[in-house]
Ligand binder design. Structure first.
Ligand code: ZN
Length: 277
C-alpha cells in the first residue's frame, strides 16, 4: 500500500468563539480524541522527513498524522484568558494533556513569525495589544520535546508592513534574492543563531510562493540557510511523490470545518482500528 501521511495545521490565534468551527483550540482538542479513537499515531515532522528521504522504513510512518501550527503567538504556549471568549487552553497544554491522558506520543511543530518588531505591530493590529506575541517561550517549548519552533518568515509579508500585498499574492511576490533573504535568511539567522534553536523547516505564509523561491532560491540556498523542506497549504497528504519545497498540509478551517469532515479526511487514509467500533 502506498504510504500517505496528512500534515494537519492549526492557528492558535483563531479564537472567534468557543465552538469547533470558530476556535482552533476546541478543534485541536477534539481532533486529538478522534486521532486516538481511530488508532492513528502522531509523528513529528522530522520523522516524516526522515521517511521521505529514505532514512526510515514505511512502517514507521504508516497510519500516522503530523501536527503543525502557524504564526506563533502566546496562544500556542500559554493558557490565556481571552477578553471576549474566556479561558483558552494553549496548544502546548492541549497536547501535553493528551499525552498524559492517553500515553500516546505527541509532537507539534510551530511555525512562527520571526521579526520581533513585526510581532509587536501584529500584536496590536491582529490581537488585543496585550504583548501576547513575544518569543520568550520558544526555547522552553523546544526543550520540552513536545514542540519544535520552525520558520514562518520574517514578517509574513503581512499587509501591515507591505501595503500592496494581499493574501492571494503574498509569497508569490517574494521573487528575488533580496526579498527571499529578507523573509527567510534573516529569520533563520534569528532563530538559529540569536535564539539558538534548530529551525530547519519553512511554511509559506498563506501557502503560496513564487517559482523563484520554490525552484531556485530554496534548492540553491537550503544548505546555507539550514532549511530541509518547505510547506504549503495544499489539502492533500505527503507521499514520496511530493516536492521537497512544496509539501502539502491540511489546514483547519480551510480543508475541513466540522469534526465530521475531519473524521472523513482521516478515514480516507484507512483506520487502523477499522471494524472495532
Ligand atoms: Zn501564517
Amino acid at each position: 500500500m502506498k504510504i500517505a501521511v496528512p500534515i494537519l495545521t492549526y492557528h492558535s490565534n483563531n479564537v472567534m468563539g468557543n465552538d469547533y468551527h470558530n476556535n482552533d483550540h476546541i478543534a485541536l482538542a477534539h481532533d486529538l480524541s478522534v486521532i486516538h479513537r481511530l488508532g492513528f499515531k502522531i509523528i513529528s515532522l522530522s520523522t516524516l522527513l526522515d521517511w521521505y528521504q529514505g532514512r526510515l522504513p514505511d512502517q514507521e510512518v504508516a497510519q500516522s498524522v503530523v501536527l503543525t501550527c502557524d504564526d506563533g503567538s502566546w496562544f500556542d504556549y500559554y493558557d490565556i484568558d481571552h477578553p471576549h471568549f474566556g479561558p483558552q487552553r494553549s496548544f502546548f497544554n492541549i497536547i501535553k494533556d493528551y499525552s498524559h491522558t492517553t500515553g500516546d506520543q505527541v509532537h507539534l511543530s510551530s511555525f512562527v513569525i520571526v521579526s520581533p518588531d513585526g510581532r509587536i505591530v501584529l500584536d496590536q493590529t491582529c490581537l488585543a495589544g496585550n504583548g501576547w506575541w513575544t518569543d520568550d517561550w520558544w526555547q522552553e517549548a523546544q526543550k520540552s520535546g513536545l514542540m519544535s519552533i520552525e520558520n514562518h518568515s520574517w514578517d509574513h509579508n503581512h499587509i501591515a508592513f507591505h501595503q500592496n500585498v494581499n493574501h492571494d499574492q503574498s509569497f508569490k511576490t517574494v521573487d528575488n534574492q533580496k526579498q527571499c533573504d529578507y523573509q527567510l535568511r534573516q529569520s533563520q539567522t534569528y532563530l538559529n543563531k540569536h535564539m539558538v534553536l534548530s529551525s530547519c523547516y519553512f511554511a509559506y505564509p498563506y501557502g503560496n510562493f513564487s517559482d523563484y523561491l520554490k525552484n531556485q532560491y530554496l534548492p540553491e540556498q537550503a544548505r546555507d540557510l539550514g532549511l530541509e523542506a518547505a510547506f504549503t497549504t495544499e489539502a492533500r497528504a505527503v507521499t514520496k511523490d511530493c516536492q521537497l519545497w512544496a509539501m502539502p498540509r491540511f489546514v483547519c478551517g480551510e480543508a475541513w470545518h466540522t469534526s465530521d469532515e475531519f473524521e472523513r479526511i482521516l478515514l480516507s487514509f484507512g483506520s487502523p482500528k477499522k471494524g472495532l467500533f
